[in-house]
Design a protein around this ligand. Structure first.
Ligand code: PLP
Length: 395
């Protein structure tokens, strides 16, 4: 007889050990809307770990649009986009998104993760190459794993290494895949140099704008607009779960590319489509990104204030240039301890530990919303200073 496949589950002690110490930071229950202040496990906390960058997740217009869509189309489309699950609202929001980012067409997937999985895996076939940044999001890596292509990685934002990898794979069809804003580090991909190399070697560029859409660029169009290089992105991906205050994911590109992905991506064909309420919310949030640029302006102002305050306290904030500001705190244990101490002080934060980060470089990932008040921000700073000193991270 073989051994029990559940053996690893019975020996999985990490979580229990953290729970016993009171340091377990995951799956805590939020019992209110996702604003700057939430009720977690029955207590009020100031949130510093949300991706609700523009604060639209409880905007009355977004909620209303969601209700209207649900009333008209029901709670579910009960099938794949491919078959019975496409309605006119899906197509309307796809056209609106494509127009917003200046691409010929866009297609809406059920999640951002599904967009990367489906688009990347369908684009790279046998003997073709996906060149990815080492710190790309897990969904990009999953997309590469699902594809029949070869995955090659270059050192984070290291353009000499990227060129070396392109040269190594010369002669093959290549797609470079990068995050626009990196989800843990908050730094921005070097699109100007990536685009220069792409032109030099005749390869294509895919940018994941999950954390940049609505956030950077004059009109919130993301990394391409930030560098004034929208046309240098061949395939633009964005999630609807962050600035767009919903769930879902877009892939935008030339009409032929979108059409190909639409008919080949397994996560388009073999899963049910995005429910009407979520699509309605996306449409309203897209309108608000355009109509209320002051939200983005406030978000940028807040991010600069927080980064500079953390730096002057003595925190290492890495190379962040966005509303994602990581604070390097040391070992995994220190990150878990710090999470607990912040939680007890009324701050809800996110620890990021190995293997997501290098050993000894665990972080508390902080991120901001346009709707954080100055009082919220000052409270956050006061608590990070207090706890940082108690843990000897700050001297
Ligand atoms: C860079 C990046 N890409 C893709 C995704 C997946 O998006 P979603 O959570 O909307 O499925 C995420 C989610 O956190 C992300 O950070």
């Amino acid at each position: 007889m073989g051994s029990d496949i559940f053996e690893k589950c019975y020996n999985f002690n990490v979580v229990n050990n953290l729970k016993i110490k009171g340091f377990y930071p995951y799956f805590h229950k939020v019992e209110s809307v996702q604003g700057p202040e939430v009720i977690v496990d029955g207590e009020k906390k100031i949130v510093v770990c949300s991706n609700n960058y523009l604060g639209l997740a409880n905007h009355p217009k977004v909620i209303e649009a969601s209700i209207v869509a649900m009333k008209k189309y029901g709670t579910s489309c009960t099938g794949s986009r491919f078959l019975n699950g496409t309605n006119d609202l899906h197509e309307k929001v796809e056209r609106k998104f494509a127009k917003f980012v200046g691409k010929e067409e866009a297609i809406l997937f059920t999640t951002g993760h599904h967009s990367n999985l489906g688009a990347i895996s369908s684009l790279a076939g046998k003997n073709e190459v996906l060149i990815t940044d080492k710190l790309d999001h897990a969904s990009i890596i999953d997309g590469c794993r699902l594809s029949f292509g070869e995955m090659v990685r270059f050192r984070h934002n290291d353009m000499s290494d990227l060129e070396r990898q392109i040269v190594r794979c010369k002669g093959k069809c290549i797609l470079i895949v990068v995050d626009g804003v990196f989800s843990m580090e908050g730094d921005i991909t070097n699109l100007p140099e990536i685009a220069r190399l792409a032109k030099k070697y005749g390869v294509k560029v895919f940018v994941d704008e999950a954390h940049s859409l609505g956030v950077i660029g004059k009109n919130g169009k993301g990394t391409g607009e930030y560098f004034n290089m929208m046309d240098d992105i061949d395939v633009l991906m964005a999630t609807a779960s962050k600035s767009l205050a919903s769930i879902g994911g877009f892939i935008a590109s030339k009409a032929e590319v979108v059409d190909y992905i639409k008919h080949n991506a397994r996560t388009m064909i073999f899963t049910a489509s995005l429910p009407p309420a979520c699509v309605g919310a996306i449409e309203a949030a897209l309108d608000l990104i355009v109509a209320e640029p002051e939200r983005r302006a406030r978000l940028i102002k807040i991010s600069k204030k927080m980064k500079s305050a953390f730096k002057s306290m003595g925190y290492d904030t890495g190379c962040s240039e966005s509303p994602i500001i990581p604070l390097v705190v040391g070992s995994d244990l220190v990150a878990f301890k710090m999470w607990r101490m912040l939680f007890d002080e009324g701050v809800f934060a996110s620890p990021v530990v190995t293997p997501a980060v290098q050993e000894g470089h665990s972080i508390i990932r902080t991120s901001y919303m346009a709707t954080h008040s100055d009082d919220n921000l000052n409270f956050i700073l006061e608590k990070f200073e207090k706890v940082g000193k108690q843990l000897n991270i700050l001297v």
